[in-house]
Design a protein around this ligand. Structure first.
Ligand SMILES: Cc1cc2nc3c(=O)[nH]c(=O)nc-3n(C[C@H](O)[C@H](O)[C@H](O)COP(=O)(O)OP(=O)(O)OC[C@H]3O[C@@H](n4cnc5c(N)ncnc54)[C@H](O)[C@@H]3O)c2cc1C
Length: 436
């Protein structure tokens, strides 16, 4: 595998290792993907005594989860005013309580799995629009949530204030998930090439299961669910600085192209420079310019980048993979809020395979959630990539790849697959290398 910058989390913790699949196996539930969504779901099935196997193509916890900012919060930008308008009071309230439940669940589990868990507030600030902040405060008040409005923030930039969720948290994601994964039934270095019904085909034999959960970040099966139309990927850049006073609290710009801040021990993490994968963006150059301007004494200790799957209605897809695939389930589209999203997914999917009712099932069910104007825009953006005559094509659906100068990779602007300069697949939905 070609060298990509390793995150602070990867450099400070090594997860346990597991053997590959040893020829064919049979189980009740097969989980594909050893990121946060797959591992938390496996953990819940394990606790409930449900037979399962988790297959991971490489080593666990080296995908997007290894490159996150790891804020645990139910404050997902200024989302609640939108949810209230579009989804109505009951569903907006459910979204909030599902995420607040997830925050509490991390607090509970972190007592068992030490992970530098730190209870702290989360703030979403605006640099230009105080009215949006006020509207969010109103939406939260209508939902019965006690947010606070703050004018003074410890940031080196001018803001119009921020909406604060007081009881949120941060942690070391790999310490938490690695320790929690230690006793789970995991097979590493086992790449699922294809599904035939509820049989998973790998180079090391097959697994027959009653139910399959696809937790591969971008769902890689194209013939169901239409995820290649309902998701796109957005890339962001991060860096950890020493020599700066660590901050109390975690901060995020309401502008999706703005910055994010949190501390880990004596390091300050800053993020930004984002763009849709395959397009141009500020990348690390923007962060380095920011650090030079505002933290001239800081030293760059780690830098890394990652991308997440963005759903068109800003809520994750958790539930039945396609309209007619009762045995095939999915967890994806976390919109850069996969800490709480994956915790919710683990409970929903475990309940589902055990035939238990779950109050949040209908809210996150992928079926029927088609926002037509956004779907058309996303499809048009993909069509532009398909029609581009460039000779370098993505093996996923044939879109033209773009060279990413900052990261030396070939990136797909349609669905976000990425390949190293040697052609190794770095990010799915492509499920094979470039020169396969
Ligand atoms: C820059 C950035 C910052 C973020 N910050 C936050 C934050 O502060 N708070 C928050 O809540 N969320 C945050 N997120 C979002 C969060 O990190 C992600 O939503 C989450 O990590 C996604 O987890 P996952 O399990 O879906 O995917 P992954 O962690 O990518 O795991 C998927 C796994 O599936 C495996 N796989 C794929 N295909 C196959 C196959 N065919 N066979 C076998 N295995 C396969 C992969 O190897 C991988 O290990 C951030 C995201 C980004 C990009």
């Amino acid at each position: 595998m070609s060298k990509q910058p390793r995150s602070l989390w990867q450099e400070t913790y090594s997860p346990p290792t597991f053997k590959p699949l040893h020829w064919g196996e049979k189980t009740k539930v097969l989980i594909i993907g050893g990121g946060i969504a797959g591992i938390l779901t496996a953990y819940r099935l394990h606790q409930a005594g449900v037979p399962y196997i988790l297959l991971e193509q490489g080593r666990i916890l080296q995908g997007t989860t290894a490159h996150t900012t790891a804020k645990i919060t139910s404050q997902h930008g200024l989302l609640y005013q939108k949810l209230l308008r579009r989804e109505g009071m009951a569903r907006a309230r459910q979204y909030l309580s599902a995420n607040e439940w997830a925050v509490g669940e991390y607090e509970r589990l972190s007592r068992e799995y030490p992970c530098d868990f730190r209870a702290e507030p989360h703030f979403v600030y605006s640099q230009k629009d105080e009215n949006r902040l006020k509207r969010e405060m109103d939406a939260l008040a209508a939902l019965g949530f006690e947010a606070e409005f703050c004018r003074e923030l410890p940031l080196p930039i001018k803001t119009m204030g921020a909406v604060c969720f007081p009881h949120q948290a941060s942690f070391h994601p790999l310490k938490f998930l690695g320790e929690l994964a230690r006793d789970l039934n995991i097979r590493e270095n086992t790449h699922v090439l294809e599904l035939q019904g509820t049989n998973a085909i790998t180079e090391r034999g097959g697994v027959h299961a009653e139910k399959i959960i696809v937790a591969t970040h971008f769902p890689f099966i194209n013939r169901h669910g239409g995820y290649f139309l309902r998701l796109y990927q957005h890339r962001s850049y991060l860096m950890a600085l020493s020599g700066v006073k660590p901050m109390e609290g975690m901060y995020l710009d309401e502008d999706p192209l703005g910055m994010t801040f949190r501390s880990y021990k004596d390091l300050l993490l800053i993020g930004g420079g984002g763009h849709r994968t395959g397009k141009e963006g500020g990348n690390w150059a923007e962060l380095r310019a920011f650090a030079a301007a505002h933290y001239p004494a800081a030293k760059e200790e780690y830098f890394w980048a990652a991308q997440d799957c963005m759903s068109l209605d800003q809520m994750p897809y958790i539930g039945q993979y396609g309209a007619h695939t009762e045995e095939l389930l999915v967890a994806s589209g976390f919109n850069k809020w996969g800490m709480t999203g994956a915790m919710i997914a683990s409970r929903l999917l475990a309940d589902r395979v055990m035939g238990k009712e779950n109050e949040f099932q209908a809210l996150f069910e992928p079926k029927g959630r088609l926002l037509r104007p956004k779907l058309i825009l996303n499809a048009l953006s993909s069509a532009a990539g398909l029609l581009n005559p460039s000779p370098k094509r993505c093996p996923h659906l044939g879109c033209a790849l773009k060279w990413n100068k900052a990261e030396h990779s070939w990136d797909c602007p349609c669905h976000g697959s990425r390949f190293s300069s040697k052609g190794e697949c770095l990010n799915n939905p492509a499920n094979e290398d470039l020169y396969h």
